[in-house]
Design a protein around this ligand. Structure first.
Ligand SMILES: NC(=O)c1ccc[n+]([C@@H]2O[C@H](COP(=O)([O-])OP(=O)(O)OC[C@H]3O[C@@H](n4cnc5c(N)ncnc54)[C@H](O)[C@@H]3O)[C@@H](O)[C@H]2O)c1
Length: 290
C-alpha cells in the first residue's frame, strides 16, 4: 500500500480485515508538537490516517503542523494550541474535529512533563524536613494523569454519540473495531527516585487504561498502554548529556536512548492491531538497580 506520501507501508501476511482502517479514522494526539507525540502524528499520517488534531501549548505549533503537512504531502494535521488541562479547550478540539472530519476514534494523549525532586529533603544543618511541593504534585497529576484520562473519555464519548445517532447499540464482534486509545505510561510507573509525582501519575494511568478497556468495548473502542523507556526527546535531554551517560545508558540493554520514531511505530502497531490489549513495554531493556 502507498500512503500517498511516497512511503510504502507493508501489509501483514494475515490480511487487513482485522486491522483498524486508519484511512477512515480521525485522531487526536496531545503533546503532538514535539518528541513522542510529534513522531506519533507523523507515523499516523504515514499509515494513512484521515486527519490528526495536533494538540500542544507550544508557540510554534502552527509552523510545526504546516511543515508536517508539507512533509506528508497532504493536509492531514490540524493544529490546536492550548493547555490539555483546560476542559473547554478539550471540548472545542473535539467539536471542531467532528465538524471538519467526523467523530474522533483514535486518541494518543502524549502531552506530559516532569517536575522531579526527592519526596523528602532534610537540611543537614538544621534537620528540618521539607516535603515535595503539593502545588507541583497537583500540577503534574493534572497534566500527566487527569488530562490523558479526560482526552481518552472524550474520544470514547465521540464514538458513543456517533453510534447513538446511527441507532447502533452494543458493539458486536461482527462489526470492525471502532477505534483505540493508547495511554503513554513510563518505566517510571514502577517507581523511580526523584519522581514521586510523575511515577504516581503514570501508575495511575494503568488503572484508567484497564477500566476503560473493560467499559469502552461496549462501543467497540479499545484501550491499551505503552511504557516507553528513556527516549531521545527534550524531556530527557533536559537531564543533561552527562547525567544520561552516567545514570541511564548503562542501565539499558541497548546502551542508547530510544528514538521517538521507535515508540511511535509501536503506538501505531498497537492502534492498528485489534488483538493488542493491556500494556506493552518498549524500554530498550531498562533494568535499574535498586
Ligand atoms: N522521553 C521519555 O523518555 C519518555 C519515557 C516514558 C514516557 N514518556 C512520556 O511520553 C510523553 C511525551 O514525552 P516526550 O518525551 O515526547 O516529551 P516532550 O517534552 O518532548 O514533549 C511533550 C509535549 O507535551 C506538550 N505539553 C506539556 N504539557 C502540556 C500541556 N499542559 N498542554 C499542552 N501541551 C503540553 C509540550 O509542549 C511538548 O510539546 C509524555 O507523556 C511522557 O511522560 C516519555
Amino acid at each position: 500500500m502507498s500512503s500517498g506520501n511516497g512511503t510504502a507501508t507493508v501489509e501483514p501476511f494475515f490480511g487487513t480485515e482485522h486491522l483498524l482502517d486508519l484511512s477512515t479514522k480521525v485522531a487526536v494526539v496531545t503533546g503532538g508538537a514535539r518528541g513522542i507525540g510529534q513522531a506519533t502524528c507523523y507515523a499516523l499520517a504515514r499509515n494513512g490516517i484521515k486527519a490528526v488534531a495536533v494538540v500542544d501549548q507550544l508557540e510554534g505549533l502552527v509552523a510545526i503542523t504546516n511543515q508536517a503537512n508539507e512533509d506528508c504531502e497532504r493536509s492531514v494535521m490540524v493544529p490546536f494550541r492550548g493547555d490539555v488541562t483546560d476542559a473547554d479547550f478539550r471540548r472545542h478540539v473535539f467539536a471542531e474535529m467532528s465538524n471538519l472530519h467526523g467523530p474522533v476514534s483514535v486518541c494518543v494523549p502524549a502531552a506530559g512533563f516532569t517536575k522531579d525532586r526527592l519526596a523528602v529533603k532534610v537540611d543537614r544543618e538544621t534537620g528540618e524536613a521539607d516535603l515535595y511541593s503539593q502545588e507541583d504534585f497537583e500540577r503534574v497529576l493534572g497534566v500527566d494523569l487527569t488530562a490523558p484520562i479526560y482526552w481518552a473519555m472524550e474520544t470514547i464519548a465521540s464514538v458513543a454519540r456517533d453510534r447513538h445517532s446511527r441507532q447502533l447499540g452494543r458493539w458486536k464482534p461482527s462489526e470492525r473495531v471502532q477505534g483505540a486509545v493508547i495511554f503513554i505510561g513510563s518505566v517510571s510507573s514502577a517507581g523511580n527516585k526523584g519522581q514521586v509525582s510523575y511515577a504516581t501519575a503514570k501508575a495511575g494511568l494503568e488503572g484508567a487504561q484497564a477500566t476503560l478497556a473493560a467499559e469502552a468495548m461496549f462501543y467497540g473502542m479499545r484501550s491499551a498502554m505503552i511504557h516507553p523507556g528513556f527516549t531521545d526527546t527534550a524531556m530527557v535531554r533536559a537531564m543533561g548529556d552527562d547525567y544520561v551517560a552516567a545514570h541511564i545508558l548503562p542501565q539499558t540493554q541497548l546502551g542508547r536512548l530510544i528514538k521517538p520514531e521507535e515508540i511511535a511505530d509501536s503506538i501505531c502497531f498497537m492502534i492498528r492491531n485489534s488483538a493488542v490489549s493491556g500494556q506493552l513495554w518498549v524500554d530498550a531493556g531498562w533494568h535499574p538497580k535498586a
